[in-house]
Design a protein around this ligand. Structure first.
Ligand code: RIB
Ligand code: CA
Length: 312
């Protein structure tokens, strides 16, 4: 039976690839809903982008639930400098013909409580404010989850928004800490892993050669997306961060890592949002997450392209 997912997202193109690969894999994954949050851009825009992605895939049957407009504490730190003012600059997808409905934290609670225990997986590819609010409203949700798969954080790769912090965790560290301490099985895919998986010219060429409207749209969005990373890091391509979560669910053998303790720095101004990953078990604290730091990058892109080729 396909694994049921809620994808909590702030699209951006790597979020889009994650959702599209999941939608292209119905034999393995059932996407129950997309829940959106303020992150890359404000929530009105991430919601609009989520609706556009589902329309691109012809899946207007899947609900989009807009969620938190900002982190649990303080103001939103968005990232228009990476993906543009819309969050998905580079290709104009049609305006959505429908709106989001409901409120993401409520939808997360209602869906998980209505489905059989240990059947729903949360895929968190954005700041985790929505899941934190759901846990605050209904702490029993944690014990009913099958798994939480998170793209976020960094072990030894250092941060991408501060020297110590990765964007998704930095935007809402308190939410992330609530999630890491909730007791559900967690898999974390940090920058150490995603920085090995770059949208090189060769890989983008293979994407465009698929020749479908989906591939053409993603090609242009990814070309826009990679400019920032290439300028900053001098690489050929940008990390395709968020689709690693879906690839892990489809082909876990492509990844390697350890079960360790993860805590989030919520206090220090200097290191706020840092994921403190106890790789060598020096604290003696119980493991609360599987942290993946290794990826077979070529096989990852083969999988992504094979699944995207299924979409028209
Ligand atoms: O740091 C990477 C994360 O930030 C990804 O989720 C990407 O979509 C961006 O929002
Ligand atoms: Ca994201």
């Amino acid at each position: 039976m396909a694994r049921a997912l809620i994808i909590d997202t702030d699209p951006s193109v790597d979020d889009a690839v994650a959702a599209l690969v999941a939608l292209a894999s119905p034999e393995d994954l059932e996407v129950l809903a997309l829940t959106t949050v303020a992150g890359n851009v404000p929530v009105a825009l991430t919601t609009k982008n989520a609706l556009k992605i589902l329309a691109l895939a012809g899946r207007t049957d899947i609900a989009v639930h807009p969620g938190a407009t900002g982190p649990l504490n303080g103001a939103l730190r968005s990232a228009e400098y990476v993906n543009g003012a819309t969050g998905m600059d580079g290709f104009d997808l049609p305006e959505p013909a429908r709106a989001g409905k409901g409120y993401a934290p409520d939808a997360i609670v209602d869906t998980i409580m209505a489905r059989p225990a240990h059947s729903v997986t949360m895929v968190c590819i954005a700041p985790m404010t929505n899941l934190a609010l759901a846990l605050r409203k209904a702490p029993g949700v944690a014990g009913r989850l099958r798994e939480i798969v998170i793209m976020g954080g960094a072990r030894s790769e250092a941060g991408n928004i501060t020297p110590c912090a990765e964007f998704n965790i930095f935007v809402d560290p308190e939410a992330a800490q609530m999630v890491f301490t909730c007791g559900a099985p967690i898999t974390l895919i940090p920058l150490d892993c995603t920085h090995q998986a770059l949208t090189s010219a060769g890989r983008l060429g293979r994407l465009r050669a698929l020749g479908t409207p989906v591939a053409e749209a993603l090609y242009h969005l990814l070309v826009f997306n990679k400019r920032f990373h290439e300028r900053r890091c001098g690489t050929d391509g940008a990390p395709l961060h968020d689709a690693t979560t879906i690839a892990y669910l489809l082909r876990p053998e492509l990844f390697s890592g350890r079960h360790v303790n993860v805590a989030v720095e919520c206090a220090s101004g200097l290191t706020r949002g840092m994921t403190v990953i106890d790789w060598w078990s020096v604290t003696g604290k119980a493991a609360n997450a599987q942290v993946l730091t290794g990826i077979h990058a070529d096989a990852y892109f083969d999988l992504v392209l094979e699944r995207l080729a299924r979409l028209a």
